[in-house]
Design a binder for this molecule. Structure first.
Ligand code: PLP
Length: 442
């Protein structure tokens, strides 16, 4: 596909975009999106050769980096063989992709239901939990994002939540977040104990017999990379067991390498009943997601029809990209790299920045999944105002760094392939920009 490139391709792209593309989660009028023409590894660039270090991973997605040659080759090879086939067929590429995923899952997870992304994975997990239990309600936290479709957006707890009459039975509760504790806790132990007590009271208040599932991001991502305190997830598992509730762990953002582990929950003493995934499984090279299903829930549908499916579920190009991505991640030690870089470079680097800049209230995370919480006042923890966050974001982009900025936080979320030198480059950019922030203004 030879697109005509000219010296004004940047402007032409922007003109086309503003004339014809309706953007998600945006007021359309004042938009001036960044033009991106190509990428490789941790870098992307525009048509004029302006380069950016991608510390956003494009919505925390390209775990394997941009344009990994093995994934591109796998997609091309599949494209020559077969580009589309209905989900009802048996397809070798699909079977191999599913096996690679279940091989990484805990014992007792042997089936994968493929979707086109993360929201529809959660949508189908909710449906499975409701059919499995014969119950209705889904409990999820206020600080969560589960996707932008019917039940997933109602399960979402952040500012995007839409009370929506056709997705019934959603109830929200507070999860742990020690830095801004809802429970007046001052230690992780207190936060765990009180957050679990709160959840149990919500379960009892709603009536356990009405609750199909508790759906949690293992590490809430967009809401702030809220690493759960010790014992919390195991405690939720125990509550689910006590009250016969299905535990759905949403690993769409946290899964497949981001935390330095294949699944984020591998780092906690917990095994869910349903695992949802997307993003990192193939770094979004072709849209894909899915639900990894534990044996008892899968067995429900041995004789009964599972009422779900999409024309493109298990699409061959997506499946080939999953195989390419997971094999390259395993063969090249990419998940281990994420763990090491987090431990040796990002974590200590952010801690140094926090020592130097009062604007950083807290740093938290692991692997290539970190947040810096920016405050106007360290004592009161008052969030840095939105206008200042906007100035910080613009200053970082001006220095050639693509940041992930959400509310009063900068999420440090490069690809799992990031090098120590690239981390040093990003830290220098954050450092330079924070130096200009005085008394809450940039
Ligand atoms: N779940 C989590 C935890 C996410 O972070 C996201 C997207 O950011 C989704 C679900 C929705 O995924 P998608 O945008 O692929 O539908």
């Amino acid at each position: 596909m030879a697109l005509p490139l000219t010296s004004d391709s940047n402007q032409h792209t922007l003109d086309l975009d503003r004339a014809h593309v309706f953007h998600s989660w945006s007021a359309q009028g004042s938009l001036k999106p960044l033009v991106i023409a190509g990428g490789l590894g941790t870098r992307v660039w525009d048509f004029e050769g302006t380069e950016y270090l991608d510390f956003s991973s494009q919505l925390v997605n390209v775990n394997i980096g941009h344009q990994h040659p093995a994934v591109i080759a796998a997609i091309k090879e599949q494209a020559d063989l077969l580009t589309t086939i209905a989900p009802s067929t048996a397809n070798l590429t699909r079977g191999e992709a599913a096996k690679r995923i279940t091989d990484r899952a805990p014992d007792g997870f042997n089936k994968v239901f493929f979707t086109n992304g993360g929201a529809d994975a959660n949508e189908n997990a909710i449906r499975m939990a409701r059919l499995h239990t014969g119950r209705d309600k889904v409990l999820s936290t206020y600080r969560s994002y589960h996707g932008n479709t019917g039940a997933a957006i109602v399960a979402t707890g952040d500012w995007r939540r839409m009370p929506n009459e056709y997705a019934r039975g959603h109830v929200h509760f507070f999860g742990p977040y020690l830095y801004r504790s809802e429970f007046w806790a001052t230690t992780p132990e207190q936060e765990t104990e009180r957050a679990l007590h709160h959840l149990e009271r919500v379960i009892q208040g709603e009536g356990a017999a009405t609750i199909a599932a508790i759906m949690l991001e293992t590490v809430p991502g967009t809401a702030g990379i809220l690493v759960p305190p010790p014992g919390y997830l195991a405690g939720v598992r125990a509550l689910c067991d006590r009250y016969g509730i299905v535990l759905i762990l949403d690993e769409v953002m946290a899964g497949f390498g981001r935390t330095g582990r294949w699944f984020a929950f591998d780092g906690y003493d917990v095994v869910p009943d349903l695992i949802t995934f997307a993003k990192g499984v193939n770094s979004g090279y072709v849209p894909a997601g899915g639900v990894v299903i534990s044996d008892p829930i899968a067995a429900d549908f041995d004789e009964t029809v599972f009422p779900g499916g999409l024309t493109y579920s298990g699409h061959p190009l997506a499946m080939a990209s999953i195989i390419g991505a997971l094999d390259a991640m395993a063969g090249e030690g990419i998940v281990d790299n994420a763990a090491r870089v987090g431990r040796e470079a990002i974590g200590p680097g952010l801690a140094n920045l926090a020592d130097k800049h009062d604007v950083i209230g807290e740093v938290r995370g692991e692997g290539v999944f970190w947040a810096m919480e920016l405050v106007a006042d360290r004592a009161t923890r008052e969030p840095l105002p939105a206008a200042t966050m906007g100035q910080i974001k613009a200053a970082l982009v001006g220095r050639g760094l693509l940041p992930f900025v959400q509310d009063n936080r900068i999420h440090v979320v490069p690809p799992c392939t990031v090098t120590d030198d690239e981390v040093a480059e990003a830290l220098a950019a954050y450092d330079a920009v924070f130096t200009t922030v005085q008394g809450g203004h940039a």
